[in-house]
Design a protein around this ligand. Structure first.
Ligand SMILES: [Fe+2]
Length: 318
Protein backbone atom coordinates (compact mmCIF):
# COMPACT_ATOMS: atom_id res chain seq x y z
CA UNK A 1 0.00 0.00 0.00
CA UNK A 2 1.04 3.59 -0.29
CA UNK A 3 0.39 5.87 2.67
CA UNK A 4 0.03 9.44 1.42
CA UNK A 5 0.51 11.31 4.69
CA UNK A 6 0.41 11.12 8.46
CA UNK A 7 -2.70 13.25 8.38
CA UNK A 8 -3.79 13.31 11.99
CA UNK A 9 -2.68 12.29 15.43
CA UNK A 10 -4.58 11.40 18.58
CA UNK A 11 -3.15 11.88 22.05
CA UNK A 12 -4.26 10.76 25.49
CA UNK A 13 -3.92 13.36 28.20
CA UNK A 14 -4.95 13.67 31.82
CA UNK A 15 -5.59 17.36 31.15
CA UNK A 16 -6.69 18.02 27.56
CA UNK A 17 -7.43 21.66 28.42
CA UNK A 18 -3.71 22.23 29.06
CA UNK A 19 -3.05 21.05 25.51
CA UNK A 20 -5.78 23.32 24.19
CA UNK A 21 -4.07 26.31 25.81
CA UNK A 22 -0.63 25.16 24.61
CA UNK A 23 -1.85 24.39 21.10
CA UNK A 24 -3.61 27.71 20.62
CA UNK A 25 -1.61 30.20 22.66
CA UNK A 26 1.88 28.81 22.07
CA UNK A 27 1.76 26.75 18.86
CA UNK A 28 -0.80 28.98 17.12
CA UNK A 29 -3.28 26.24 16.20
CA UNK A 30 -6.98 26.98 15.98
CA UNK A 31 -9.73 25.15 17.90
CA UNK A 32 -11.63 23.04 15.35
CA UNK A 33 -14.74 24.95 14.23
CA UNK A 34 -16.79 21.79 14.67
CA UNK A 35 -15.67 18.55 16.27
CA UNK A 36 -15.83 15.23 14.39
CA UNK A 37 -19.11 13.40 14.66
CA UNK A 38 -21.27 16.48 15.12
CA UNK A 39 -21.75 17.28 11.47
CA UNK A 40 -22.02 20.73 10.01
CA UNK A 41 -25.11 22.89 10.29
CA UNK A 42 -27.10 23.61 7.15
CA UNK A 43 -27.00 27.24 6.02
CA UNK A 44 -29.06 29.39 8.35
CA UNK A 45 -29.14 26.80 11.13
CA UNK A 46 -27.41 27.05 14.44
CA UNK A 47 -23.79 25.97 14.74
CA UNK A 48 -22.99 22.68 16.54
CA UNK A 49 -22.68 22.74 20.31
CA UNK A 50 -18.91 22.66 20.11
CA UNK A 51 -18.76 25.58 17.70
CA UNK A 52 -15.33 27.17 17.74
CA UNK A 53 -14.43 25.77 21.15
CA UNK A 54 -12.65 22.70 19.76
CA UNK A 55 -14.08 20.72 22.70
CA UNK A 56 -16.27 17.67 22.11
CA UNK A 57 -19.03 16.30 24.37
CA UNK A 58 -16.59 13.84 26.02
CA UNK A 59 -14.02 16.56 26.75
CA UNK A 60 -11.79 15.69 23.80
CA UNK A 61 -10.00 18.65 22.25
CA UNK A 62 -9.60 19.04 18.49
CA UNK A 63 -7.08 21.42 16.95
CA UNK A 64 -6.85 22.65 13.39
CA UNK A 65 -3.72 23.70 11.46
CA UNK A 66 -4.89 24.14 7.89
CA UNK A 67 -7.82 23.28 5.63
CA UNK A 68 -8.50 19.92 7.28
CA UNK A 69 -11.30 19.95 9.85
CA UNK A 70 -8.82 18.86 12.52
CA UNK A 71 -5.25 17.59 12.79
CA UNK A 72 -4.55 16.95 16.48
CA UNK A 73 -7.01 15.35 18.91
CA UNK A 74 -6.42 15.18 22.66
CA UNK A 75 -8.63 12.73 24.52
CA UNK A 76 -9.19 12.76 28.28
CA UNK A 77 -7.58 9.89 30.16
CA UNK A 78 -7.58 9.08 33.86
CA UNK A 79 -3.94 8.10 33.95
CA UNK A 80 -2.28 8.17 30.54
CA UNK A 81 -0.34 10.86 28.67
CA UNK A 82 1.02 10.16 25.20
CA UNK A 83 0.32 8.87 21.73
CA UNK A 84 -3.10 7.26 21.26
CA UNK A 85 -3.17 6.75 17.47
CA UNK A 86 -1.93 7.94 14.12
CA UNK A 87 -4.17 8.66 11.12
CA UNK A 88 -2.44 7.37 8.00
CA UNK A 89 -4.10 8.64 4.86
CA UNK A 90 -4.81 6.56 1.78
CA UNK A 91 -5.98 7.88 -1.55
CA UNK A 92 -9.52 6.56 -1.57
CA UNK A 93 -11.93 3.70 -1.08
CA UNK A 94 -10.17 1.27 -3.45
CA UNK A 95 -6.84 1.91 -1.78
CA UNK A 96 -8.36 1.30 1.67
CA UNK A 97 -9.98 -1.96 0.51
CA UNK A 98 -6.67 -3.07 -1.00
CA UNK A 99 -4.78 -2.12 2.16
CA UNK A 100 -7.15 -4.17 4.31
CA UNK A 101 -6.70 -7.16 1.99
CA UNK A 102 -2.91 -6.78 2.04
CA UNK A 103 -2.86 -6.83 5.83
CA UNK A 104 -5.13 -9.87 5.91
CA UNK A 105 -2.91 -11.67 3.39
CA UNK A 106 0.05 -10.97 5.68
CA UNK A 107 -2.00 -12.14 8.69
CA UNK A 108 -1.59 -8.77 10.33
CA UNK A 109 -4.66 -8.04 12.48
CA UNK A 110 -6.88 -5.38 10.95
CA UNK A 111 -10.40 -4.28 11.82
CA UNK A 112 -12.70 -2.39 9.50
CA UNK A 113 -14.29 0.59 11.21
CA UNK A 114 -18.01 1.30 11.23
CA UNK A 115 -19.63 4.31 9.60
CA UNK A 116 -20.09 5.81 13.08
CA UNK A 117 -16.38 5.37 13.81
CA UNK A 118 -15.49 7.06 10.53
CA UNK A 119 -17.79 9.98 11.39
CA UNK A 120 -16.08 10.14 14.78
CA UNK A 121 -12.87 11.06 12.98
CA UNK A 122 -14.52 13.16 10.24
CA UNK A 123 -13.32 10.71 7.59
CA UNK A 124 -15.14 8.66 4.97
CA UNK A 125 -13.68 5.20 5.56
CA UNK A 126 -11.45 3.79 8.30
CA UNK A 127 -9.69 0.61 9.42
CA UNK A 128 -7.49 -0.13 12.42
CA UNK A 129 -4.20 -1.95 12.80
CA UNK A 130 -0.97 -1.68 14.83
CA UNK A 131 2.72 -1.47 14.06
CA UNK A 132 4.99 -4.18 15.55
CA UNK A 133 5.79 -1.84 18.45
CA UNK A 134 2.10 -1.63 19.37
CA UNK A 135 1.34 1.87 18.09
CA UNK A 136 -2.27 2.15 16.94
CA UNK A 137 -2.61 3.03 13.27
CA UNK A 138 -5.83 4.21 11.70
CA UNK A 139 -5.89 3.79 7.93
CA UNK A 140 -8.41 6.12 6.38
CA UNK A 141 -9.43 8.15 3.38
CA UNK A 142 -11.59 11.22 2.86
CA UNK A 143 -10.96 13.56 5.79
CA UNK A 144 -13.40 16.48 5.94
CA UNK A 145 -12.06 19.83 4.74
CA UNK A 146 -12.93 23.14 6.38
CA UNK A 147 -11.28 25.94 4.48
CA UNK A 148 -11.51 28.48 7.28
CA UNK A 149 -8.21 28.19 9.07
CA UNK A 150 -7.06 31.37 10.69
CA UNK A 151 -4.42 31.17 13.39
CA UNK A 152 -5.09 33.18 16.52
CA UNK A 153 -1.45 34.28 16.21
CA UNK A 154 -0.44 36.97 13.74
CA UNK A 155 1.28 35.99 10.45
CA UNK A 156 1.26 32.35 11.44
CA UNK A 157 0.92 29.60 8.84
CA UNK A 158 1.64 25.92 9.16
CA UNK A 159 3.20 23.81 6.43
CA UNK A 160 0.79 20.85 6.43
CA UNK A 161 -1.64 20.15 3.56
CA UNK A 162 -0.60 17.14 1.48
CA UNK A 163 2.57 16.82 3.61
CA UNK A 164 0.51 15.96 6.70
CA UNK A 165 0.61 17.09 10.33
CA UNK A 166 4.39 17.22 10.62
CA UNK A 167 6.75 14.48 11.71
CA UNK A 168 6.93 12.09 14.64
CA UNK A 169 9.97 10.52 16.28
CA UNK A 170 9.10 7.23 17.94
CA UNK A 171 10.84 5.16 20.56
CA UNK A 172 10.02 1.68 19.28
CA UNK A 173 10.43 -1.89 20.34
CA UNK A 174 11.41 -4.44 17.65
CA UNK A 175 12.91 -1.77 15.36
CA UNK A 176 13.86 -4.24 12.57
CA UNK A 177 10.26 -5.50 12.44
CA UNK A 178 8.97 -1.93 12.55
CA UNK A 179 11.25 -0.96 9.67
CA UNK A 180 9.92 -3.86 7.58
CA UNK A 181 6.35 -2.95 8.44
CA UNK A 182 6.67 0.74 7.62
CA UNK A 183 8.63 0.18 4.39
CA UNK A 184 7.35 -3.12 2.96
CA UNK A 185 3.76 -3.01 4.17
CA UNK A 186 2.91 0.70 4.44
CA UNK A 187 5.17 1.84 1.58
CA UNK A 188 7.32 4.39 3.42
CA UNK A 189 10.80 5.06 1.98
CA UNK A 190 14.02 5.37 3.93
CA UNK A 191 15.36 8.93 3.52
CA UNK A 192 18.48 8.56 5.64
CA UNK A 193 19.77 7.17 8.90
CA UNK A 194 22.15 7.99 11.71
CA UNK A 195 24.17 5.23 13.35
CA UNK A 196 24.94 5.61 17.02
CA UNK A 197 26.16 2.10 17.81
CA UNK A 198 27.09 -1.22 16.23
CA UNK A 199 23.50 -2.21 15.53
CA UNK A 200 21.68 0.98 16.47
CA UNK A 201 20.20 3.46 14.05
CA UNK A 202 17.89 6.40 14.03
CA UNK A 203 15.90 5.88 10.80
CA UNK A 204 14.04 8.61 8.93
CA UNK A 205 11.11 7.49 6.78
CA UNK A 206 9.00 9.44 4.30
CA UNK A 207 5.66 8.85 2.62
CA UNK A 208 5.54 12.08 0.59
CA UNK A 209 8.10 14.80 -0.28
CA UNK A 210 8.55 15.84 3.38
CA UNK A 211 12.00 14.53 4.35
CA UNK A 212 10.47 12.34 7.04
CA UNK A 213 7.05 11.84 8.54
CA UNK A 214 8.15 9.05 10.89
CA UNK A 215 11.53 8.56 12.54
CA UNK A 216 12.26 5.63 14.81
CA UNK A 217 14.86 4.66 17.33
CA UNK A 218 15.18 1.73 19.75
CA UNK A 219 16.78 3.04 22.88
CA UNK A 220 16.52 1.65 26.38
CA UNK A 221 13.10 0.47 27.42
CA UNK A 222 11.37 3.56 26.05
CA UNK A 223 8.23 3.15 23.98
CA UNK A 224 6.05 5.83 22.45
CA UNK A 225 6.30 9.31 21.09
CA UNK A 226 9.62 11.11 21.67
CA UNK A 227 8.73 14.24 19.74
CA UNK A 228 6.29 15.67 17.26
CA UNK A 229 7.24 18.38 14.77
CA UNK A 230 5.01 21.16 13.53
CA UNK A 231 6.41 23.13 10.62
CA UNK A 232 5.84 26.82 10.10
CA UNK A 233 6.17 28.83 6.93
CA UNK A 234 9.22 30.85 7.97
CA UNK A 235 11.84 31.46 10.64
CA UNK A 236 9.94 34.44 12.01
CA UNK A 237 7.05 32.12 12.85
CA UNK A 238 9.51 29.84 14.67
CA UNK A 239 11.05 32.77 16.52
CA UNK A 240 7.70 34.20 17.54
CA UNK A 241 6.63 30.75 18.76
CA UNK A 242 9.82 30.60 20.85
CA UNK A 243 8.95 34.02 22.30
CA UNK A 244 5.45 32.81 23.21
CA UNK A 245 6.86 29.55 24.67
CA UNK A 246 9.23 31.51 26.90
CA UNK A 247 6.48 33.88 27.94
CA UNK A 248 4.20 30.95 28.79
CA UNK A 249 6.96 29.37 30.88
CA UNK A 250 7.32 26.28 28.68
CA UNK A 251 10.43 24.19 29.29
CA UNK A 252 12.73 24.62 26.27
CA UNK A 253 14.56 21.29 26.04
CA UNK A 254 16.64 22.12 22.97
CA UNK A 255 17.95 25.49 21.89
CA UNK A 256 17.51 26.71 18.33
CA UNK A 257 19.63 24.78 15.86
CA UNK A 258 19.64 23.43 12.32
CA UNK A 259 19.41 19.71 11.65
CA UNK A 260 21.92 18.33 9.19
CA UNK A 261 19.65 15.89 7.40
CA UNK A 262 16.39 17.75 6.78
CA UNK A 263 18.02 21.19 7.00
CA UNK A 264 15.40 22.44 9.41
CA UNK A 265 16.05 25.26 11.85
CA UNK A 266 14.03 24.43 14.95
CA UNK A 267 13.76 24.31 18.74
CA UNK A 268 12.11 21.82 21.08
CA UNK A 269 9.92 22.28 24.12
CA UNK A 270 8.23 19.91 26.56
CA UNK A 271 4.50 19.58 25.83
CA UNK A 272 1.86 19.30 28.57
CA UNK A 273 1.65 15.56 27.78
CA UNK A 274 5.32 14.81 28.45
CA UNK A 275 6.70 14.27 24.96
CA UNK A 276 8.51 17.09 23.19
CA UNK A 277 7.23 19.33 20.41
CA UNK A 278 9.69 20.59 17.81
CA UNK A 279 8.83 23.80 15.98
CA UNK A 280 10.74 24.38 12.75
CA UNK A 281 10.57 25.64 9.19
CA UNK A 282 12.06 25.13 5.73
CA UNK A 283 12.31 21.36 5.97
CA UNK A 284 13.86 19.64 2.98
CA UNK A 285 11.50 18.19 0.38
CA UNK A 286 12.70 15.08 -1.47
CA UNK A 287 11.79 13.57 -4.83
CA UNK A 288 12.39 10.18 -6.40
CA UNK A 289 15.97 11.05 -7.36
CA UNK A 290 16.87 10.87 -3.65
CA UNK A 291 18.82 7.87 -2.40
CA UNK A 292 19.01 6.91 1.28
CA UNK A 293 22.26 7.96 2.93
CA UNK A 294 23.95 7.52 6.26
CA UNK A 295 24.82 10.83 7.83
CA UNK A 296 27.26 11.40 10.62
CA UNK A 297 26.48 14.66 12.41
CA UNK A 298 23.13 15.52 13.83
CA UNK A 299 23.23 19.26 13.46
CA UNK A 300 24.86 22.02 11.45
CA UNK A 301 24.71 24.25 14.52
CA UNK A 302 22.87 24.62 17.80
CA UNK A 303 20.24 22.28 19.28
CA UNK A 304 22.11 22.23 22.59
CA UNK A 305 20.30 19.93 24.98
CA UNK A 306 18.64 17.80 22.31
CA UNK A 307 20.68 14.60 22.77
CA UNK A 308 20.35 14.85 26.54
CA UNK A 309 16.56 15.25 26.18
CA UNK A 310 16.32 12.16 23.95
CA UNK A 311 18.46 10.09 26.29
CA UNK A 312 16.53 11.24 29.34
CA UNK A 313 13.26 10.37 27.56
CA UNK A 314 14.62 6.91 26.86
CA UNK A 315 15.75 6.49 30.46
CA UNK A 316 19.40 6.00 29.50
CA UNK A 317 22.39 7.97 30.82
CA UNK A 318 24.18 10.53 28.74
FE1 LIG B 1 12.28 16.27 14.44
Amino acid sequence: MQIKAVAYVGLDATDPSAWLTFGVEVLGMMPARAVPGQGWPAPGQEAPASARTGIGPDGSVYLKMDERQWRVAIHPSADRNGLAYFGFELEGTIELENAIQELRDLQIPVRVGTAAEARGRAVTGIAYTQDPSGNVIELFYGQTADYNFRSPQINHDFVAGHLGVGHFNLFVKKQPECFEFYTKVLGFKLSDYFRYGEDAQLQFLRCNPRHHSIAMIELGAAHGLQHMLVELRDIDGVGRTLDRANKAGMEIVSALGRHRNDGMPSFYMRSPTGFDVEVGCQGLLLDDTWRPTEFCEGDVWGHQGLMEAVQAGAGVGS
